[in-house]
Ligand binder design. Structure first.
Ligand SMILES: C[S@@+](CC[C@H](N)C(=O)[O-])C[C@H]1O[C@@H](n2cnc3c(N)ncnc32)[C@H](O)[C@@H]1O
Length: 291
């Protein structure tokens, strides 16, 4: 499998360096990869951890977990303390027992290139059903939202990302009118509606934000991040928390958490070289938060 085509892990060298530098020992660690994806980060981190460390690999998307396990299964073979869980990371931490071990947590937020390219509804460049769920057991899809939410509910979803009343009004109005005639079923149906109220010059940028807003809402991405940080707000033991954010809404939640918790942190951005090799990394910020 060509990993470039499927997903290029972002800031992976920097993450391994931070883990090596920040921890006194790499023995007896509890490592949680909250967002396993295709295993790009874990494949580099796991070899650094001692055999008696515990490893938890989580993802909401079952299909990504299956691909990841094919890729990194050999790294896990002779380890006893590995658990792979198809759950949301917000649900994981409550029941975790650490027995005095140091907790190291990675959350590479959002979506993988694999999901954009292969799963339904995420990309405005392919005509697919407006699904957008990472977890296919979840009941509400982007299709349900676009076709059943009222004007104000849709307005709130888009305003969060656009912060432009006039534009959001135009977008929501055209959706509400068009869906009366025919259901807006696919990505191309949605693109067609939006293109009626946005000039061609700006269409791509606006579609990018429309899809981001819907994806964030369908998957409760900001609530998931808030829940994760709330756990660490009240967590008494030491930890190393590594979060990769990709847009300002995530960044704001993390900044607020750092401010109110008073924890030490640093921010690392991808090098020019990484950005030239992997364009989606340009918006990434690695937050290293330590207690
Ligand atoms: C950016 S990708 C991670 C890529 C991974 N680091 C790699 O190198 O292959 C984000 C992954 O997180 C998953 N995800 C998003 N929100 C999640 C949540 N709240 N709980 C668990 N997994 C989540 C997505 O399904 C996706 O596979």
């Amino acid at each position: 499998m060509d990993s470039v085509e499927y997903h290029f892990p972002v800031l992976v060298r920097e993450i391994v360096e931070v883990i090596r530098d920040e921890l006194e020992s790499l023995d007896e660690i509890v490592f949680v990869d909250c967002t396993l994806g295709l295993g790009g980060h874990s494949s580099e981190i796991i070899p650094c951890l001692s055999k008696n460390s515990s490893i938890f690999l989580l993802d909401r998307d079952k299909e990504s977990i299956e691909i990841a396990l094919k890729r990194i299964g050999s790294l896990l073979k002779d380890r006893e303390n590995v658990k792979v869980l198809n759950i949301s990371f917000s649900r994981f931490f409550e029941n975790l027992e650490l027995n005095g071990k140091m907790l190291v947590v990675l959350a590479d937020l959002g979506i993988s290139y694999y999901q954009i390219k292969n799963q339904s509804g995420f990309s405005f460049n392919r005509d697919t059903f407006l699904d957008m769920r990472y977890d296919k057991n979840q009941s509400v899809t982007a299709f349900d939202i676009i076709n059943t939410f009222n004007f104000q509910e849709l307005y709130d979803i888009f305003y969060r990302v656009f912060e432009n009343k006039k534009l959001v009004n135009k977008i929501v109005s055209v959706i509400v009118v068009d869906r009366e005639r025919n259901e807006i079923r696919t990505t191309y149906d949605l693109n067609k509606s939006i293109s009626k109220v946005v000039s061609f010059k700006f269409l791509k940028d606006i579609l990018q934000k429309v899809y981001l807003a819907l994806r964030i809402f369908v998957n409760r991405e900001l609530e998931e991040l808030t829940d994760l940080l709330n756990f660490f707000k009240n967590y008494k033991q030491n930890f190393l928390l590594l979060i990769i954010s990709y847009h300002s809404l995530e960044g704001k939640i993390i900044k607020d958490f750092i401010k109110t918790s008073g924890l030490t942190f640093k921010k690392i951005k991808p090098s020019k070289d990484e950005i030239s090799r992997n364009k989606p990394s340009r918006s990434a910020v690695l937050w290293v938060i330590k207690k």
